[in-house]
Design a protein around this ligand. Sequence first.
Ligand code: GLN
Length: 547
Amino acid sequence: MARFIFITGGVVSSLGKGLASAALGALLQARGYTVRLRKLDPYLNVDPGTMSPFEHGEVFVTDDGAETDLDLGHYERFTGVAARMTDSISSGRVYSTVLEKERRGDYLGKTIQVIPHVTNEIKDFIRIGEDEVDFMLCEIGGTVGDIEGLPFFEAIRQFAQDKPRGQCIFMHLTLLPYLAASGELKTKPTQHSVKELRSIGLAPDILVCRSEHPIPEREREKIGLFCNVRKDAVIAAYDLKSIYEAPLAYHAQGLDQAVLDAFNISPAPAPNLAVWHDVADRIHNPEGEVSVAIVGKYTQLEDAYKSIAEALTHGGMANRVKVRIDWVDAELFDREDAAPYLEGFHAILVPGGFGERGTEGKIKAAQFAREKGVPYLGICLGMQMAVIEAARNVAGLTTAGSEEFDHESGSRRFEPVVYHLKEWIRGNQTVARKADDAKGGTMRLGSYDAVLREGSRVADVYGTTAIEERHRHRYEVDTRYREKLEATGLCFTGMSPDGKLPEIVEWADHPWFIGVQFHPELKSKPFAPHPLFADFVRAAVENSRLV
Ligand code: GLN
């Protein structure tokens, strides 16, 4: 049965709890253990699928089609363990399940209360698959003291009581602010945060303290003493140049040892950190640099394209170059010439997105890349824009567009080269959607197979003709235009197994121009860069030698 590690945060948000959890997962793996990571989010949305990327960052999609928090992306990138639908839960999901059960009469006339009904639901969730791994790491979103978080804190308190002694530990992340005037690190916010935790019955076994300055030994002692945590379990977390240094940095501070000590695991198996040394070496010793433009809409918040930025970094590591990312707002050249905004980049990436705003700029970016021979990777909406560009400017369908834009404006302005997908096959079942379906969870979501054309660039890049990739879309390129487009040289080199849904397009006579309907970025890892990103960066390197 699994041992459980509960990870909470205090003092301020954005301390890097997700990263610390992911790094700890990687360190436990390095010692030969199996792990699974989970995120419990106190917000009331059922899932982040309906939240704006401006608000919450990217939506991370799992193989089994859940729309989840971007922290699950960190978990996967550090551990290589594919996240599942059952690795992410929110208050909204918990309450909607409890209320459904109440309506069905499952509670047999009882009064429904936070304790025990909501907390039981949370505990059941935490227990899912507990026999499958050695360690289950559960991160609680938000900060201790948040009103919404209380049922989760109560649930993990009960959970630890229900289990035999020594089966659950608590790790708490805090901040040690530095007061420049007195030249001191202050421990009081950490003390208060732990006091808050203890007031709801949780005593941390491990404290991870974020700090911009070295934490002197006597401060660690003081924190240990005042927070009732062993001195060795007060772990410093300093700012890092790259997130991929986190496993080595946390190991150097003794985090994994402290965790094993807290569980009384002795002697602890020795860690093998060779993978992370190699990752760090590739990050710290690049042999060149390329610059890639990401032409998108949510460019003010980098978290909106988190996995894409990470996958590009991995692509750079595969080629031993640093990838400099420039965020270019597509709306800037909706009505203008794109060239002044895009010249000088070694490659252009147009990411996924929703709605019409900024799409004329993205279409121009695809045109610029096609005409100038600049490597182009179009992801989801970025593929759809490349197809519309080809239809308008090469195949002569001057009014080509996406039904998505007409739906949004309620008018019919475009020839729907990209149409609203209403039916598709999942496994051996047909999934159907109506035009007026609710927004949440109704897209074509999760992992689907695609078949690649023998001899195409993508088949070469992947080294196979059968792939599985993750999807999140409502619209699709219409195969009725396939012949016309292929006649211009835009080849449909990846299709769904039934041949109905275009998955990949590429220009035959271009140095590197690929559009994909899926999200390859979600499966890239620092120790296993996704082949499309690795080859895209390789093409950027090649292009950088020409300019
Ligand atoms: N808005 C487009 C669709 O729903 C693209 C989605 C995406 O880029 N993830 O098909």
